[in-house]
Design a protein around this ligand. Structure first.
Ligand code: 2P0
Length: 344
């Protein structure tokens, strides 16, 4: 009985130019290119074992065996690799999420990036990270960007083969992100559903697509010039435009809660009071992420804690792309998981 093993770690990412809308639902082709920052503080470790003694796939998340619904998503994703290679075997997938429960960032982005690299490794596939991102994309769009570290672009491409991520800058230049985890309840409207409804019904949607393309070009220029303030201004404007498309959908909806708006007010207050640049962005949930210079993070955190409970204020620096772990790393990861509160 043979076993082939692959283990990988992928970090979460936060979009500064949002991915919002698909032009092909089955292939996960986006309506617009997006750009993100990979975070070092939050990640997923995944071990994949092709085991000839298995008669079906099996999936453990945070050491708990998952139901058939969760397993189905994983199996369908593994099928992409089985179809590509002609492999017939079944797989045991084990994932550990190192994301503080409070962060509300339990993200499909790190999950599918780690699964893609672990699976490719187990199968002995020689594949660039760019090419691997076209596989990750079909698990979850945002996972394309977690294959790389720092600032990463997901190019919408012309089709499935070239809708892939590539690095823009490894962000060694003093970038930080504060996560204001104001509400960690389960999402009411999944992003997949929310974006589709928006594409179909918001009269603002075409303008989103048009201006996101302009924002992306300007942001890439700001990154190359290391112009932090311009980067932040585009981030905040782009995120707000995404949320304007949900408010203009029919029927309208929003991911924001009262706590979201309270956190936004705190950011405005603190950046004005301190005269420190800090820019907010929100995703398909109520939490607020604040882009800042790493060297300003301590001051901003202190200021924000005047307005929000300390346990809701989390921090991260720029993180690395997805990488392979050894069996010894995996054992260490198991120990860290069992010890820590850092998971959900
Ligand atoms: C993003 N979001 O760019 C955007 C901004 C949420 C708001 O990517 O359907 O879980 O799996 O491709 O990647 C969340 O959507 O959606 C997301 P699918 P995904 O980060």
């Amino acid at each position: 009985m043979s076993k082939r093993v692959g283990i990988a770690r992928a970090h979460t990412n936060i979009a500064l130019i949002k991915y919002w809308g698909k032009r092909d639902r089955d292939l996960f082709l986006p309506m617009n290119s997006s750009l993100s920052l990979t975070l070092d503080a939050f990640y997923t470790d995944t071990r994949v074992i092709f085991d000839d003694s298995l008669s079906a796939d099996v999936f453990y998340l945070n050491k708990e065996k998952q139901s058939s619904k969760e397993l189905e998503k994983i199996s369908q994703f593994l099928d992409l690799f089985r179809e590509y290679t002609g492999e017939k075997g079944f797989v045991c997938v084990e994932s550990l999420n190192f994301v503080p429960t409070a962060a509300g960032l339990a993200s499909s982005a790190s999950a599918f990036a780690a699964l893609a690299l672990a699976t490719a490794t187990a199968l002995g596939l020689e594949m660039s990270r760019e090419e691997l991102s076209t596989f990750a994309r079909r698990g979850s769009g945002s996972s394309t960007r977690s294959l790389f570290g720092g600032f990463v672009e997901w190019d919408m491409g012309t089709g499935s083969a070239d809708s892939m991520a590539h690095p823009v800058d490894d962000a060694a230049w003093n970038i930080g992100m504060i996560i204001l985890a104001v509400d960690t309840g389960k999402k009411k409207i999944a992003s997949r559903v929310g974006m589709e409804h928006t594409v179909q019904t918001s009269p603002f949607y075409p303008m989103w697509v048009e201006t996101a393309a302009q924002d992306l070009q300007e942001m890439k220029a700001a990154i190359i010039q290391q112009d932090f303030e311009r980067l932040g201004q585009i981030t905040e404007h782009n995120g707000m435009k995404m949320h304007a498309t949900t408010l203009s959908a029919n029927p309208p909806f929003t991911y924001w809660t009262a706590a979201t708006m309270k956190a936004q007010a705190a950011v405005r207050q603190v950046r004005e009071e301190f005269g420190v640049p800090a820019y907010m962005t929100m995703d398909a949930g109520p939490n607020v992420k604040v882009l800042c210079r790493a060297s300003d993070m301590g001051r901003l955190v202190k200021g924000l804690k005047e307005y929000l409970p300390a346990e809701q204020v989390l921090t991260s620096l720029s993180g690395p792309g997805t990488y392979i772990l050894s069996e010894a790393d995996w054992q260490a990861s198991q120990v860290a998981f069992s010890r820590g509160e850092h998971h959900d």
